[in-house]
Design a protein around this ligand. Structure first.
Ligand SMILES: *Cc1c(COP(=O)(O)O)cnc(C)c1O
Length: 227
């Protein structure tokens, strides 16, 4: 595992340098859905400092076991009725894709007196199976969420479809970056367009070339997920 992580960091560095970027601006998230505690602990010992989970209940159990020495981010679809638990558990929620969810997160964060850091998830592929706001709806969603005092927008997230050739995902990633730049130029109060969460095991190098600041990697660290 240590080897896997070292090798990944090298590949991230090389991709960043190819694009003239500072490799220090790309963070590696270990995506741990379905993986057991032991390998996750090993990854943390090997220096991983952001863990990404898809399901609130699974994450809750793992966080209780492993503690908050690392950041825990939610990257999976969030049901509105789990918002209450989610605001307490996660350092960042990457999957804010609709107004009703943002409203509930804001309400729940207010109730516990915290500010919840969020990314707006955008669906750039148009694939039905991918959740995420449509790119043409994202700016107005962001302006509305920006006015919610207990949410802090830190950037954008996307998931590209799976392609046999990762180059085919490039338009998704460059599209997210273009959207980020456009929204950043509006200088909306309470919106920090810092993070671009994009790129997974099969396409992260292309994502880094296109500006990813967080890559979300599961299989290249832990191996195939149990069926
Ligand atoms: C599972 C998952 C990942 C990681 O996928 P790998 O192919 O294992 O690297 C990244 N992002 C999201 C949203 C996921 O659900």
């Amino acid at each position: 595992m240590r080897e896997n992580i070292l090798r990944l960091r090298e590949r991230i560095t090389e991709a960043a340098l190819r694009a003239g970027r500072d490799p220090g601006n790309v963070r590696l998230m270990a995506v741990t859905k379905t993986f057991r505690d032991e390998p996750i602990r090993e990854a943390i010992e090997a220096g991983v400092d952001i863990i990404g989970e898809n399901y609130v209940q699974e994450a809750k159990r793992k966080i209780e076991q492993m503690g908050k020495s690392v950041e825990w981010h939610l990257i999976g679809h969030l049901q509105t009725n789990k918002a209450k638990v989610a605001v307490r558990l996660f350092d960042m929620i990457h999957s804010v894709n609709r107004l009703s969810l943002a409203e509930e997160l804001n309400r729940r964060a207010a109730a516990v007196g915290t500010i919840c850091r969020v990314l707006i998830e955008v669906n750039l592929s148009g694939e039905q199976s991918k959740s995420g706001a449509a790119p043409e709806e994202a700016p107005s969603l962001i302006r509305t969420v920006a006015a919610m005092p207990h949410l802090s927008i830190r950037g954008l997230m996307t998931m590209a479809p799976w392609y046999d050739d990762p180059e085919k995902a490039r338009p998704c990633f460059s599209g997210l970056r273009a959207l980020r730049d456009r929204i950043a130029s509006e200088n909306i109060p309470n919106v920090v367009m810092q993070e671009l969460s994009m790129g997974m095991t099969d396409d992260f190098e292309v994502a880094v070339e296109e500006g990813a600041t967080i890559v979300r990697i599961g299989r290249a660290i832990f191996g195939e997920r149990p069926a």
